[in-house]
Structures are given as C-alpha cells and as structure tokens.
Design a protein around this ligand. Structure first.
Ligand SMILES: [Zn+2]
Length: 182
C-alpha cells in the first residue's frame, strides 16, 4: 500500500489518519466506534486535528448509534450450531480454490464454537479454522470476509501489511464487509 497511516488525536479524540488523494478531509466512525480520517497531503496536521475536535459532538452521536447497532446484533438469538457449521463449511469450500496451493492436503477442518473473543481463529499448524457461533447470524458478506481473513492466516500468521494485502487480493471490498460486523 502506498497510503501512509498514522495515529493522532484531536480535541482528546484518538483517530487514525490516512493521507490520500481526497478533496479535503473525510471523517468516518466505524462500527467498532473507532474514528478514521482521510485527508489530502496538502492539508496541515493542525487543521486536521482541529477538524476532528470540531466534530466531537457528531463523533459522539455516531459512536452512540454504532454502540446501539452492536448491542442489537449481539442480542440476536444464537444460531443453531449444525446449521452454522454447514453454512461456514459451504463458504469455506467456495474460497478453498484461492488457497489450495497452501493447503495441498485439502480443506481446513471447520469448527463452530460459542466464543465471543473473536469471530474466527486460524490454527495453521493443525489445519483448522474455528468460527464463532454468533458469526452465523451476521450478513453473508461479513461471513465471507471472516472466512477469507482466517484462510489468509495460512499465508501470513500475523496482521502485518502483507496479511491485509492478501485479504485485499481476494476481497477488495473487505473494509466494507468488516464494517458490517458489530
Ligand atoms: Zn486475524
């Protein structure tokens, strides 16, 4: 990626700044409540910090809405484990051809567990992917993102830029998909 990203704060609000060719300054609050700003390289840092500080109230409201959305999604009844497994296996089978070269022994073993710490866990050594039972209640686009994310850990074990580059190769819109998750 040629974009440069940095962690900053404006008016006590921490945010991630990406420099790219946008008109002026774009401000976004993600589903997890984090604040993301993209700004043209021409805009001075002090002006961006001030912009974030000036939008404090708007950010607080957006965070509240995101929080409510998150709570509503988490309050949904748990899906049925057998069906969740069948659905995640189907998605993994669909994406398997993209990872066949690193998984010559076949599809990874898919496990469904009622975990809340993460949406998925990849154990490359064991050839296993575990998905959270709650994931089955999420939109299909988001489930595909988690499947590809875990698959990519067979290629890169950490979350380095090389890892995200692999995710992006298969799902160029992975950021929008990830934003669907509470
Ligand atoms: Zn990961």
């Amino acid at each position: 990626m040629s974009e440069s990203t940095s962690q900053r704060s404006g008016g006590g609000i921490p945010y991630t700044l990406t420099r790219k060719k946008v008109k002026n300054i774009n401000l976004r609050v993600r589903g997890d409540g984090s604040v993301w700003v993209s700004a043209s390289p021409r805009v001075p840092l002090a002006q961006i910090d001030r912009f974030v500080a000036d939008h404090g109230l708007w950010i607080a409201r957006a965070r509240e809405k995101a929080q409510t959305r998150r709570e509503n999604r988490m309050a949904q009844p748990l899906p049925e484990p057998g069906q969740a497994l069948a659905e995640m296996e189907a998605i993994c089978r669909e994406f398997y051809p993209c990872f066949q070269k690193v998984l010559p022994r076949g599809m990874p073993r898919i496990i469904i567990k009622d975990i809340s710490s993460s949406w998925g866990i990849c154990r490359p050594g064991k050839g296993e992917i575990t998905f959270a039972l709650r994931l089955a209640a999420q939109p299909r686009a988001a489930r595909e993102y988690v499947a590809v994310h875990e698959y990519c850990h067979f290629l890169v074990p950490n979350h380095s830029p090389a890892f995200w580059a692999e995710v992006e190769k298969i799902l160029p819109d992975w950021k929008e998909r990830r934003a669907l998750l509470p």
